[in-house]
Design a protein around this ligand. Structure first.
Ligand code: HEM
Length: 413
């Protein structure tokens, strides 16, 4: 059992054997959709995330979801991808070429750090942190905040000392608030007071919350929601990009003809989705029963904690076919499933940022975007990304399935 933060009910860790689990595809879907199974996310990291949208349920969650969904509408998605991410990619690659070219003329660097520099710019734009694309010092400071905050948000999966990880995350949440969120709120409040609304400026999370007609947002609430968006958008997208590259490099060894498809958005999206299926991040989504609940896999009594085990559900052979643990771009999938399984969740908490990460691919017609992960993959393959022969990748210390360090060569940069 973990020591939960203040105001949070004491909670088991997702990996505790006592937690009831849905491990099949259909069981995970039933769990995520069930009206009497409510969010029990981040109870151990409550001082960092308690009160963020993913920890809420009921009418308050519905209202907040409606408010924030506007950020992912057809006007904003192309803006994030083309006006924010693309310049950030260009800057990151230019700097990589300047700073990481070694004596033999080859650029060698850590793909995790490069990916973070690209994705953090989009997170900053979505939250509304007012950082100029070339302000490296501010991005580095934000990246320091992100590192500690990811520790707090993924604490349930860490093998490090939980008290220390949480204390560090809480301290950096304060820094993130003082140095980024508070000035952004001040600027937006001033514009809203002067012009009557933020409507003439680009919308972002903070301006959206401060313009909410239904409720007054306190500083603490804006700060926690900003932490949710910063972490949810940056860490996940970087992790997926790195895993996909790792799988594709191996795939090309067995399927050399597919190498020619690295400029094709649909091919890269399929690869990203197959990789996302295999690596669903913090893979047990915790829920708490608010009434007795019976499913095909478990009977939960009111108050019990249950988890949708995405790693198992995403490898259900009934849905994903033979050898479900293999990265296989040719696998046939049951018609009612997506290739990425439940990696973006399901039901009322399903990821709000999925179209940003994977694109809209035809669903929105003219406003079509490739998706930030697809765009990052295409750019990295165009730069000739290859595994390093001289350094070894390092994984995070814990159950959390991500690389902390992934050395590569950018052979064509
Ligand atoms: C590869 C990328 C991503 C993955 C794998 C991912 C995964 C997830 C999952 C599994 C959930 C559901 C949590 C639950 O049910 O307990 C979720 C929710 C959420 N995600 Fe994502 N996410 C990604 C990208 C993003 C991006 C880019 C954003 C924002 C820009 C974002 C914002 C959110 C938010 C705000 C929620 C909470 C929604 C709610 O509770 O109603 N995510 N995400």
């Amino acid at each position: 059992m973990s020591a939960a933060g203040s105001n949070a009910p004491a909670a088991p860790l997702p990996t505790d054997p006592g937690v009831l689990k849905a491990c099949t595809f259909d069981g995970a879907r039933a769990t995520l959709k069930h009206k009497d199974l409510v969010s029990a996310r981040h109870l151990t990291g409550w001082p960092v995330m308690g009160g963020a949208i993913v920890t809420m349920d009921g009418p308050a969650h519905r209202a907040r979801r409606k408010l924030e969904s506007a950020l992912f509408g057809p006007k904003n998605l192309p803006r994030y991808e083309l006006e924010v991410l693309q310049p950030a990619i260009d800057t990151a690659l230019r700097q990589a070429a300047e700073q990481h070219r070694e004596e033999d003329g080859v650029v060698r660097l850590d793909l995790v750090a490069l990916g973070r520099r690209m994705m953090i710019s989009i997170s900053a734009a979505i939250v509304g942190l007012d950082i100029a694309n070339d302000d490296e010092a501010r991005f580095r400071r934000l990246d320091d905040c992100l590192t500690a905050l990811i520790g707090g948000v993924t604490i349930e999966w860490s093998h490090d000392d939980h008290t220390e990880v949480l204390a560090r995350a809480v301290e950096w949440k304060r820094v993130f608030g003082d140095e980024f969120v508070a000035p952004a709120m001040e600027r937006r409040r001033a514009v809203i007071a002067r012009a009557g609304s933020w409507a003439d400026e680009q919308p972002d999370l903070i301006s959206t919350l401060l313009s909410d007609a239904e409720q007054q947002w306190s500083y603490d609430d804006v700060l926690t929601e900003s932490v949710q968006y910063l972490v949810a958008s940056s860490g996940t997208s970087v992790t997926s990009t790195v895993h996909t590259i790792n799988h594709l490099i191996e795939w090309f060894e067995e399927h050399p003809d597919d190498r020619a498809r690295v400029g094709d958005a649909d091919f890269l999206r399929q690869a990203a989705m197959e990789s996302l299926r295999l690596h669903p991040g913090p893979h047990i989504l915790m829920r708490r029963a608010v009434a007795d609940v019976e499913t095909a896999e478990f009977t939960a009594h009111e108050g019990d904690f249950v988890g949708a085990d995405l790693r198992q559900a995403n490898r259900d052979p009934e849905v994903f076919g033979e050898n479900p643990e293999r990265f296989d771009l040719e696998r046939e999938i049951r018609k009612d499933a997506q290739r990425d399984g439940f990696t973006f969740g399901g039901g009322r908490h399903v990821c709000i940022g999925r179209p940003l990460a994977l694109g809209t691919y035809g669903r929105r017609g003219e406003e079509d975007v490739d998706g930030t992960i697809v765009r990052a993959l295409r750019t990295l393959f165009a730069a000739g990304v290859r595994p390093s022969q001289t350094a070894t990748p390092r994984r995070a210390n814990g159950v959390d399935d991500r690389f902390e360090f992934f050395p590569v060569v950018l052979a064509d940069l």
